[in-house]
Design a protein around this ligand. Sequence first.
Ligand SMILES: [Zn+2]
Length: 85
Amino acid sequence: MNFNEQVNTSKSPSPNQESNTTPATTAICPLCQKVSWTGEADDKDEVESVMNNFVSKDWCNCKHIVSDDYVEYPPKAGTGEKVDE
Ligand SMILES: [Zn+2]
């Protein structure tokens, strides 16, 4: 008889880990009123998937001043600097 057998199905290191991050989502840039994004983008693909719902001529064209991340896409809404053309 084996009374010591235990089934341990706990594989997740932290099942109750809470996440405060919101996925990247569409936003209107407050500076140029064009399409930008907000939320937390973990990688470029997230920004890309948001921005590719719109044609690039409708994208916010503000300058990145906070971060050089994802420079091929608009800066996160409200973090850029309006460019006068
Ligand atoms: Zn903008």
